[in-house]
Design a protein around this ligand. Sequence first.
Ligand SMILES: NC(=O)c1ccc[n+]([C@@H]2O[C@H](COP(=O)([O-])OP(=O)(O)OC[C@H]3O[C@@H](n4cnc5c(N)ncnc54)[C@H](OP(=O)(O)O)[C@@H]3O)[C@@H](O)[C@H]2O)c1
Length: 226
Amino acid sequence: MTSGKTLLVVGSGPGIGRAVASIFASKRYTNIVLLARRLESLKQEQAAIETVTSGVNVKTYAVDVTDSVAVGEALDDADAALGKPECIFYNAARVLPSSFFDHDVQDIEYDFKINTSALYLLAKRYVPHLVSLARADQLAKPGLIVTSSALPLQPIPQLFALSLVKAAQRNLVQSLNMTYGPEGVHVGVINVAGIVSPDEPDRNPTNIATRTWQWFEEGKEFEVVI
Ligand SMILES: NC(=O)c1ccc[n+]([C@@H]2O[C@H](COP(=O)([O-])OP(=O)(O)OC[C@H]3O[C@@H](n4cnc5c(N)ncnc54)[C@H](OP(=O)(O)O)[C@@H]3O)[C@@H](O)[C@H]2O)c1
């Protein structure tokens, strides 16, 4: 097994996922695990991170986060190769327009799995480990960070499905924070309150990742709003 601290990014892509992985790698993590569905895009993410951070070990897994068996197998392999993560960045989501009443209920259920059921299973797998880390090492920074948005409190009817699953996700993360925050695990949300674009002065991926690192390093608050 490789030495060094491990960051697990669930939902690796060219926006927030890549920027957070790159900045977190430059600050603390020598091992990065990237999980998303598309193999080709994961190769690009791996190359992008390796380009900006020398000496980093990146492993990629092309799995759908809603496939709990495949995710379990992938993470067993990642844990054996790089060690269990000290920090988990949960970023997976899709933006599928949904309007009343032509939206398929199965699409609501799939979005719920991506944002909430799969996050629950990931927390079940790793939170006990994060609590152990917090107890064993005062310098450890065990964390579970979830990318959220304004949708939980300000739903958009044309995105009602994403709005409701993001509300459920935030609620789950709040409960996890109330339970495991006192145990020394930094559980919280990055509240990206608008569209992300490289042209946005605040909500560009690099600034979001920089603010995320600052918030995580301080280790106090449940959320940061960007
Ligand atoms: N972009 C925005 O305007 C915006 C605004 C507010 C909040 N957010 C939040 O930010 C997060 C995403 O950041 P981003 O938009 O910049 O995207 P990103 O980091 O560029 O990429 C996210 C990646 O998640 C992966 N993903 C989606 N569904 C998945 C699944 N079922 N299983 C595994 N991986 C999956 C996708 O890769 P594959 O297709 O290869 O699976 C996608 O590339 C989401 O939580 C979103 O709600 C985004």
